[in-house]
Write a new protein. Sequence first.
Length: 85
Amino acid sequence: MSLLNPRKRINAKQVAELLGCSPKTVLNGGAGTSELTRIRNARNQVRFLLQEVLELMRFQEQTAGLSLPNQARYKTNGHSNLPTL
């Protein structure tokens, strides 16, 4: 059994903490959150499905991993000014 309930609803502040952005960015649909299902409980209260947020995080991690090999072109004579991963 998972510690996090996949059907759990979380607020914009919690989504922002998971994605590493501000709650205002989440509410404005930035950082890829425009695709998330918004559940309105009250006029000023918006909730998001935890499962969708976790899927968005996985997608962002995968797409970020695709750009890592491009850093190899900055290496000169075995040295790089970029930090190693």
